[in-house]
Design a protein around this ligand. Structure first.
Ligand SMILES: Nc1ncnc2c1ncn2[C@@H]1O[C@H](COP(=O)(O)OP(=O)(O)O)[C@@H](O)[C@H]1O
Ligand SMILES: [Mg+2]
Length: 252
């Protein structure tokens, strides 16, 4: 692997909320450094208040660090202004939230089209892409429904399809199964695994130990620092075998 494979580089990130020097000052991150490579499937774990959402918000260009550097595809995005940051976000990153965040008044297909509204994409191309994505998550028969008519798991599949509309290099998911029963949560995880197997880099936040075991790499935060960064050898072996099989089949 060479450095081109690094999608994200975090260097000594600090995040301080509140007014410095006052009692409301909170050090949410205290020197977080890590690289995330193309094709990784990574979970950020840690107890409540450890800084998980703060890292996710910075990764997703929703917020900036107080100190340190964030490189996305080799571009230093630490000090971009709001417009540039939202541009990067729109082009590069897909978001999935615990609470789905679908627009209730719009149909499933209309929800899928929303990320493309700001990108000068003709209506017909938007609609075609939405059709493709709804099929990809297995919900073509619900295309004209509204979110309220869907189960939680179906809504999350729509949210994942929407996140994929811009062909993001990276999918960020903050507790994507947090509002789902365990069986439905498993289905969402399988979908994320499938997307990852297809090459999408997936970073999720969870405090569910079952999920932490299913990902390929697990980074644990405690009090704003990385206290553990480990590969799940079973998943990584599986992945290597898969890559090997792919290479072998491409050689023919
Ligand atoms: N907007 C904010 N203003 C002030 N403090 C915040 C803000 N967001 C988070 N914090 C504090 O920063 C710390 C880390 O929070 P967070 O990243 O949300 O943790 P986690 O997602 O792991 O529960 C916590 O102590 C939290 O109270
Ligand atoms: Mg959180």
């Amino acid at each position: 692997m060479n450095s081109d494979d690094v999608v994200i580089r975090l260097v000594d990130l600090h995040k301080v909320y509140g007014k410095p020097g006052t009692s409301v000052e909170v050090h949410a991150l205290r020197g977080v450094s890590m690289d995330i490579r193309r094709g990784e499937y990574l979970a950020i774990i840690g107890s409540s208040g450890s800084g998980k959402s703060t890292v996710m918000n910075i990764l997703g260009c929703l917020d900036r660090p107080t100190r340190g550097r964030y490189e996305l595809y080799g571009e230093d995005v630490t000090h971009l202004d709001d417009d540039r940051l939202s541009d990067v976000r729109g082009r590069r990153i897909g978001f999935v939230f615990q609470s789905f965040n679908l627009i209730p008044a719009l149909t499933v297909l209309e929800n899928l089209e929303t990320p493309l509204f700001y990108q000068n994409i003709p209506a017909r191309a938007r609609a075609a892409k939405a059709r493709e994505m709804i099929e990809r998550v297995g919900l073509a028969d619900r295309a004209e429904h509204r979110p309220v008519e869907l189960s939680g798991g179906q809504q999350q599949r729509v949210a994942i399809a929407r996140a994929l509309m811009t062909d993001p290099v990276m999918l960020l998911a903050d507790e994507p199964t947090g509002n789902l029963d365990s069986r439905t949560g498993q289905m969402i995880l399988s979908l994320l695994e499938e997307l990852n197997a297809g090459g999408t880099t997936v970073v999720l936040v969870t405090h569910d130990p079952h999920i932490a075991r299913r990902v390929k790499r697990c980074v644990e935060l405690s009090d704003g620092r990385i206290v553990q960064d480990r590969l799940n050898s079973a998943q990584v072996r599986q992945d290597a075998a898969h890559a090997h099989a792919l290479q072998a089949s491409e050689a023919h």
